[in-house]
Design a binder for this molecule. Structure first.
Ligand SMILES: NC(=O)c1ccc[n+]([C@@H]2O[C@H](COP(=O)([O-])OP(=O)(O)OC[C@H]3O[C@@H](n4cnc5c(N)ncnc54)[C@H](OP(=O)(O)O)[C@@H]3O)[C@@H](O)[C@H]2O)c1
Length: 304
């Protein structure tokens, strides 16, 4: 029996889709999440890596509540920076390839074009700052690690923006959604597959094995209000919740955390170096709503 893939995180969106992808591929894996494994426990990563003796580690665990991090910076830092740093040290000691997942929110608004891997980070909130600290801690402890920044992750298994829009629309006829934050929605099952493809190349240790920083995101750039309208229309034709979207500028819609208006990642390096490109938003949204609501109804009729 080959050594298992170790996935950090159990109940989360990406962790769930990694489990599905590994099960579908028939690969042995171990998933580590609370309550058995706590990434904020300083001794836990080394103990876990010693016990599991994995062939690959994918860290899908994080403090992901962007607004919550503003009032819980210590917990966010423990989960997003200190824990990943210790995990990377354990991976390096055991010579096990590590993929660590990071975020578009390490970037700010210094320019309008998509952010490349070599653009200087400029996080605008505690979440982004702690994720950047985590990237640095991982890369310092394990220079062979791959840090993958991802963006606006959605799919059938998580509490993501798509699921939130559906739940808001079930309760309200009008949704106020920001119209000046743009990003690339990224389908979590496809992201999980791509991470495992990169991981397999790291395990093979051939020339050009992935390492360092890499951006992975879907191919379609949208603003949040456009994304919300697409979700609601796909829901309406399935007999699901529908609401009108009222656009608002971020400046007029204060939240505890300041998010970058430009969350667009340049994914050219993943395509050029690794032949990996994730797909457009529309078909992945349809698949997600097929799973969450059901197939489109023949009599969906005109727009409400
Ligand atoms: N969602 C997005 O739109 C988005 C965008 C950009 C980047 N990202 C990044 O993508 C990665 C995956 O995000 P996601 O959407 O899957 O997040 P999520 O659904 O919020 O999942 C968070 C994960 O963290 C784990 N976790 C939380 N506290 C833990 C602890 N103390 N010890 C161990 N595990 C803990 C949870 O596992 P248990 O509950 O089982 O412990 C869960 O699997 C993260 O690195 C995130 O920063 C996400």
């Amino acid at each position: 029996m080959s050594a298992p893939v170790l996935v950090i995180g159990r109940s989360g969106q990406l962790a769930t889709d990694l489990r599905v992808a590994l099960s579908d591929a028939g690969r042995p894996f171990v998933q580590a999440g609370r309550p058995d494994f706590d990434l904020t426990d300083p001794d836990a990563p080394a103990r876990l890596v010693d016990r599991v003796a994995p062939s690959l580690i994918v860290n899908a665990a994080a403090y992901t509540n962007v607004d919550g991090a503003e009032s819980e910076p210590d917990l966010a830092r423990a989960l997003n920076a200190a824990g990943p740093g210790r995990l990377a040290a354990a991976a390096a000691r055991a010579r096990v390839p590590l993929i660590h997942v990071s975020t578009d929110q390490v970037f700010g608004e210094s320019h309008d074009r998509p952010h490349g891997e070599d653009d200087p980070p400029e996080p605008l909130c505690v979440y982004g700052r702690t994720k950047l600290e985590g990237e640095n801690a991982v890369r310092e402890a394990d220079p062979a690690a791959l840090v993958v920044r991802v963006s606006w992750v959605f799919g059938p298994s998580g509490q993501n923006f798509v699921a939130k829009v559906l739940s808001w629309a079930a309760a309200r006829a009008h949704l106020t959604i920001v119209c000046d934050q743009r990003g690339k929605p990224t389908y979590s099952p496809a992201l999980a597959q791509a991470l495992l493809t990169l991981g397999a190349r790291m395990e093979a240790q051939g020339p050009g094995a992935p390492a360092g920083l890499l951006h992975l995101a879907g191919e379609t750039i949208v603003t949040r209000d456009v994304q919300a309208r697409a979700v609601l229309e796909a829901s309406r034709v399935r007999g699901g919740p529908f609401a009108q979207v009222d656009p608002i500028a971020t400046a007029d819609f204060p939240t505890p955390a300041r998010r970058t208006l430009n969350a667009v990642l340049d994914t050219g390096r993943a395509a050029r170096l690794h032949g990996i490109a994730l797909g457009p938003f529309g078909p992945d949204l349809e698949t997600t709503l097929d799973r969450l609501i059901g197939p489109p109804k023949a009599d969906a009729g005109q727009k409400a």
